[in-house]
Design a protein around this ligand. Structure first.
Ligand code: ATR
Length: 296
């Protein structure tokens, strides 16, 4: 009897990516399942690009409730699934797939992660200037969430490869009329915009291990006390950028908040249960401390 029930229940969930042995989603979700006594397991599916189509197809049949998707497949999974939410379409990336009885539906919960990380500061962002570093998948979700939920006056996108930033500006300009979008990689222009911004967000991998000593700001840029500084990098827990912001007396938001925020929304889509955030925060911090100890 019990075995039969088991096989009918879509009990598997996992994260799809490549070179992701240090992913924190397994610990984060497993702690939540355990806390709520839910019969799911969560694994790592580290696949090469050639293996991706078969893996995604197999989610339909192998008792999978769904999957999270990470680097480098957030865009590549889109043509492999059956339906994509409006939000994920606008962002151009899927980080969560839900298997609805054989129909694979894609969502982007990164935007929700950005929203919950910044919600407390909504008034300080509205009608003000925002500088976002990066123009990759995480940047797209971040630009979308900041424009949609907080309506700043300006968003400046700063990126090493200017073309990637230009594409985001061109795509989002007609979609969010209350915000003006700009892009640059010129240090003087960036420094001037940082001077008048209320919010700075790093979405690049600059500052992430093994680039932990680095930060994305130009040499002459100065962080001010009234500013909000967010980094989506969570390893190390306090990046060099956040250390600088902290030293300047600014308000700081670390990458763990976004990780938990996107995880919460994905968890709710998978299980229809509320995410036990403090349990999962504890599990994530424990893993990060452990990796920090192992590095020493
Ligand atoms: P993600 O999905 O995490 O956003 P991604 O799409 O690979 O990952 O984007 C990585 C971002 O970090 C990009 O903005 C990238 O800049 P480019 O568009 O110029 O590649 C940025 N980035 C990565 N390594 C960098 C480095 N060493 N210096 C500056 N920017 C870097």
């Amino acid at each position: 009897m019990k075995l039969q029930k088991f096989s009918e229940h879509q009990r598997h969930i996992g994260i799809i990516g490549h070179k992701i042995s240090h992913a924190l989603s397994p610990a984060m979700h497993t702690a939540a399942f355990k806390k709520l006594n839910l019969d799911y397991d969560y694994g790592v599916m580290d696949v090469t690009p050639e293996m991706l189509p078969n893996l995604v197809a197999s989610l339909r049949s192998l008792n999978f409730r769904g999957a999270n998707v990470t680097i480098p497949y957030k865009e590549k999974v889109i043509p492999l699934i059956d339906e994509v939410s409006e939000e994920a379409k606008m962002i151009g990336a899927v980080n969560t797939i839900v298997n609805n009885n054989g129909r694979l539906v894609g969502y982007n919960t990164d935007a929700h992660g950005v929203y919950v990380s910044l919600a407390y500061y909504a008034e300080e962002i509205k009608n003000n200037h925002v500088v976002i570093f990066g123009a990759g998948g995480a940047a797209r979700a971040t630009v979308y969430a900041v424009a949609k939920f907080f309506s700043p006056k300006r968003i400046m996108i700063v990126n090493r490869t200017l073309d990637n930033a230009r594409l985001i500006v061109e795509e989002f300009t007609p979609k969010f009329r209350l915000t003006k979008f700009f892009y640059t990689n010129e240090h003087e222009v960036i420094t001037r915009e940082i001077d008048v911004a209320s919010l700075l967000i790093n979405t690049t991998s600059v500052g992430m291990k093994p680039l932990a000593g680095l930060h994305p700001l130009p040499l002459n840029a100065v962080i001010q006390k009234h500013q909000i500084v967010m980094d989506i990098v969570y390893n190390p827990i306090e990046t060099t950028l956040l250390k600088m912001a902290h030293a300047a007396g600014a308000k700081t938001i670390g990458g763990v908040e976004m990780l938990l925020g996107q995880g919460a929304k994905a968890f709710e889509l998978f299980t229809h249960n509320e995410f036990p955030i403090s349990t999962s925060r504890e599990a994530v911090l424990k893993e990060l401390m452990q990796s920090h100890t192992n590095d020493k």
